[in-house]
Design a protein around this ligand. Sequence first.
Ligand SMILES: O=P(O)(O)OC[C@H]1O[C@H](O)[C@H](O)[C@@H](O)[C@@H]1O
Length: 529
Amino acid sequence: MTERVPCNQVPAWAALAAHHAQLAQGFDLCAAFTQDAGRVARMGVQAPQVYADLSKHLVDDRALALLVELAEQRGLPAQREAMFSGAAVNVTEGRAALHSLLRVPPDAAHEVPTHLQDKLAQVHDGLNEMLALAEAVRANPQITDVVNIGIGGSDLGPHMTVQALEGWRPAAGCQTRKRLHFVSNVDGMELGALLEHLQPANTRFLIASKTFTTAETMVNARAARDWFLQHPDTQAQGLALADHFLALTANVAEAQAFGVQTILGFWDWVGGRFSLWSAIGLPIAIAIGAAGFRELLAGAHAMDRHFRDAPLAHNLPVRLGLLDIWYRNFHGLGSRCIAPYSHNLRRLPAYLQQLEMESNGKGVDVDGRPLDWATSPVIWGEPGTNGQHAFFEMVHQGPDVIPVEFIAARTPGPFLPRQHRNLVANALAQARALMMGVQHENPHRACSGNRPSSFLLLDALDPASLGALIALYEHRVFVSAAIWGINPFDQWGVELGKQIAKDVTPRLATGDVAGLDASTADLIARLRG
Ligand SMILES: O=P(O)(O)OC[C@H]1O[C@H](O)[C@H](O)[C@@H](O)[C@@H]1O
């Protein structure tokens, strides 16, 4: 399964280093196009619902061939199979990472190996229960507001997806008229400001937490519960907590102890940042309905099949993951900019920050050995065209080369559709400007050009395309992790911060600074002051 040879000791690594040194002497993107009429067709990849133009990258055919060799020498196909077949690929927690199982539709059950059929049956039961609940909420005219209280994977995926599909109009039926709110920050300003506008009788709270122990979520959940129980309407109207609070969790016992009766469960083999396909997706299903949610799953499942079956050289998650390795390890580039040309995809950069940086921001390999190669780049970005008027100056003229990922939909949303042309024209213009640059006698006005970008084109911003796009990113992160030989499914660094927060919180009340460093002690004194 996992190769234990360090990734920089397989033959393709040295060959890539040598090839990079050679290309660095003068690979010219513009010239690559003029010399090779077939470049766009050869470097484009069509995957389900997503077309990727990967021709504006600092690669030639040899670099691509060597990258594919690297994938083979690192045993990527076997590692991929291990994940899909439910092996304990999350080695530090002894767990499988089976988010792909959540997207297998009933009529594709035959694609799943026998030993996973029980789990698949549980998945389908859980899905049916969740979708029935979502439809009941949608059909209840008394409910006007749904508040999802969760953080990290229990917030970012559902929040990003609900926002992304706000403009989607199903062929039959309509978007729910429920107002969906997402509360993640333990800063009381977030929940407190929202509660001012809510009525207990018309509100459902979804407490979303895989562990049901995450401090911020529990503090917010208790505050919401106190608000509900103490609200004058609650008593006057005889409202019951159990009717207004639901839990989405893998820890049923903790949720019951909290006082919730309706609990949608999921399993420890669903990682938090891969959980929007599970019960954690309830707010999505409330927003887009059961049929829409099934389309989201179907789009992701189509991408799963592509990742599993397409040859490595024509496999979009693989190609993107390999480009990530090329830039991070051979060009030494430390960041990647995510530029969705879509207002509705404005949370995509934040979502991808968790997906990629929490997964691949690792310093040891699966055997615990320190790495001597770089892992996750910094992922950042803003929707276009806003980013153009903020940080794109640095992307065009700064000394750091930053690969940019443009994401656009071919068809506009329902509002002011004629503006779509202005939007996508800007994405095309930026990608072209980064590549072409401009020569100028005044050095302040010159742009070097030769700067790489991907262009991901969705058919439309609808559930199927979005599902495919998210699954594409999940698998791309897995590809680079597999090549680096790291575990993308744990997050022990986050745990350290959680533990220290537990220690520090009571000290703010008591003022006890014994055993703390001088800086933290001083700040506690100032905060108490
Ligand atoms: O869903 P929960 O158990 O509340 O966890 C919420 C989040 O907690 C931590 O921040 C983890 O690093 C994340 O991976 C997780 O998504």
